[in-house]
Design a protein around this ligand. Sequence first.
Ligand code: SAM
Length: 286
Amino acid sequence: MSSPATDKLASEISSRLKAAGIKDAEKEADELLCLSLNISKSALYARDFSKVTGDAASVLKKLDSLTARRLARQPLQYIAGEVEFFGLSLTVGTGVLIPRPETELLVEILTGILSNKHKPNISVLDLCTGSGCIALTLAKHFPESIVHAVDISETALKYAAANAAANDIKNVTFYTGCLYEPVACMAFDVIISNPPYIKTADIDLLEPEIALYEPVEALDGGTDGLHFYREIIAGAPGHLNEGGIMAFELGDTLAHSVMEIARAAGFHNLTLKTDYSRVERFLIIA
Ligand SMILES: C[S@@+](CC[C@H](N)C(=O)[O-])C[C@H]1O[C@@H](n2cnc3c(N)ncnc32)[C@H](O)[C@@H]1O
């Protein structure tokens, strides 16, 4: 492949993505090209094609097939099969939620709080772990901690376990089950969760990448989006150690309702934090 040829391909793919209403079409076209050539973005931009695997015909065939998947609005991260999250490379695909940048911010906020406490050997419970993104990054950041992570989806937990192995993280145990049920007799210093929080009626209104491809059980927070916050906060007194912390990612407009739920359950030390778009996105309960 020569650079004039790849420039032309990138421009063609970008136009097709743009016509289909896909944002960031140019960037995504470059990504699809890299995946087809099996090279990094930096190699593409440096016009270094020395590591391209496969002949031109096989590259074009792969590019065609990946572009068709993207035009059908399959998320780019599922097509690539991986995502970067807080310094870890995580495998993702059908059946597991794609970790979001907001959730990285939740991890950053919590690591800041925990680092200030100077208590390395904490016990952590990550409820609704999905790909394991929160559990694994906390386990890596606090290697003396013991992290427990629960999800109801066996498919999601297969990704999570594979992600632990691929990143050589050993201080996490994954459990299949509903919320506290698999850890019924245990208590923790930290309970953290990014639970499903979309109102049931709003799921079909989401972008097709989410509504058509991401698992509904990772999205559906019940009629008012609050189902999981109610359950997790109600169960916390039996599972949170003295002086423990809870940390939640919140749905777009749910911050004050979740604070009400927490207050009604007897938690009063509440701190809201905003995300990159200044949405009240995180609740810390200390
Ligand atoms: C919004 S996703 C979050 C995934 C991951 N923590 C993240 O931040 O990317 C919510 C997860 O909750 C899981 N889930 C749904 N209902 C559950 C339940 N009753 N108990 C445990 N996990 C549940 C889903 O399978 C999904 O993986």
